[in-house]
Write a protein that binds this ligand. Structure first.
Ligand code: UFG
Length: 360
């Protein structure tokens, strides 16, 4: 019995694959590499010393998805695959509704056809809109403020309808706060396309000298130092949350939403200072206008995840910055540069893995 991981080559997906393999789960990964690189799969294998089947395909491709379900015995699905850039979703909303909403509907149809009814869905704190009511509990009013957020909210509603129609489904909606950090090994991490939209990859690219200076979006918020406050969560803690959710849905039917955060908020300036300390580099910055749609403060109430999943984050901002920095220093060009260099020096284990990966 295997866990199907869609979007398993991506940032959160790859870290979750590592934890699943370490825990002894069998996994099957699908990814279309629209926002990820094959190299991350090789690194998952390298870190864990394990091989796994991989299909390069889109979840919108029904035929390919059918093949995945027919060739493997799938017990549950962790669904990461989707588009995630807020700004881009405003420019190309139809692509977001297509990839995220339709992609999930197709995946669920296939799961239903094969009698697989355990699903962990990659949702986001974005479903709470731009609320300033903190801490945010799972019962805080929902309401998205951009197409990306609406896709996450719509999918949550679709999954609730599905569960309402058939009580044998078990679904966990994991609402991520601000994922940062990287695997301790420095071998997998976040590899954004182009100039990063998010704070942490931006800071680390300034620290490594790829970008000149950070723009801080507003210093007049009603927060401790005027800059925006967020609940940053280490990606490995987040990955562990998926394993706990997987255990939970094995024993509990219906739909449940869980906030995955640390429960603490840090300001932009606090993150900059911590990163400077950890890296020994200075991070020059300029205060600019607020970014449209940004809330002043956002952090989670994590009581439900702690009580019901037996999960809580253990890594603080020091470790988040340390691990981000190690990844950034070791991979200044993300996966692309390394994958060229690695061609010649690949270990025998990885050579075998390459053959096994590309089974579609
Ligand atoms: N920020 C800057 N400069 C930058 C980037 C960000 O000052 O260059 C600030 C933002 O204004 C905000 C904080 O840093 O105060 C964090 O911003 P991020 O873009 O890293 O993260 P967001 O909280 O805006 O977005 C995250 C996810 C989204 C998700 C959203 C709401 O990246 O996918 O949380 O849950 F939709």
């Amino acid at each position: 019995m295997a866990i199907l991981v869609t979007g398993g080559a991506g940032y959160i997906g790859s870290h979750t694959c590592v934890e699943l393999l370490n825990e002894g789960y069998e996994i099957v990964v699908v990814d279309n590499f629209s926002n990820s690189k094959p190299e991350s799969l090789k690194r998952i294998s390298e870190i864990t010393g394990k091989l796994f089947p991989f299909y390069q395909m889109d979840v919108l491709d029904k035929k390919a998805l059918d093949q995945v379900f027919s060739e493997n015995t799938i017990e549950a699905v962790i669904h990461f695959a989707g588009s995630k850039a807020v700004g881009e979703s405003v420019s190309i909303p139809l692509a977001y509704y297509q990839n995220n909403v339709i992609g999930t509907v197709i995946l669920c149809e296939m799961m239903k056809n094969y009698g697989v009814k355990n699903l962990v869905f990659s949702s986001s704190a974005t479903v709470y809109g731009a609320t300033d009511q903190v801490p945010i509990t799972e019962d805080t009013m929902l309401g998205a403020v951009n197409p990306y957020g609406r896709t996450k909210l719509m999918i949550e509603e679709i999954l609730r309808d599905l569960s309402e129609s058939d009580e044998t489904w078990s679904i966990a909606l994991l609402r991520y706060f601000n994922p940062v950090g990287a695997h301790r090994s420095g071998r997998i991490g976040e590899d954004p396309n182009g100039i990063p939209n998010n704070l942490m990859p931006y800071i680390s690219q300034v620290a490594v000298g790829k970008l000149e200076s950070l723009n801080i979006f507003g210093s007049d918020y009603p927060t401790k130092d005027g800059t925006g406050v967020r609940d940053y969560i280490h990606v490995v803690d987040l990955a562990m949350g998926h394993l706990k959710a997987l255990e939970k849905i094995r024993s509990k039917r219906g739909v449940d939403a869980y906030n995955l955060g640390t429960g603490s908020g840090y300001s932009v300036l606090e993150m900059v200072e911590e990163f400077e300390q950890v890296s020994g580099q200075s991070i020059p910055y300029t205060i600019v206008e607020r970014r449209a749609g940004d809330a002043a403060i956002c952090y989670a109430d994590v009581t439900k995840a702690r009580n019901e999943l037996g999960w809580s984050a253990t890594r603080g901002i020091h470790e988040m910055c340390e691990d981000t920095w190690r990844w950034q220093q070791n991979n200044p060009e993300g996966y692309s540069e390394e994958s060229k260099i690695k061609q010649e020096t690949r270990s025998p284990v990885l050579k075998t893995a390459v053959g096994l990966f590309m089974s579609h």
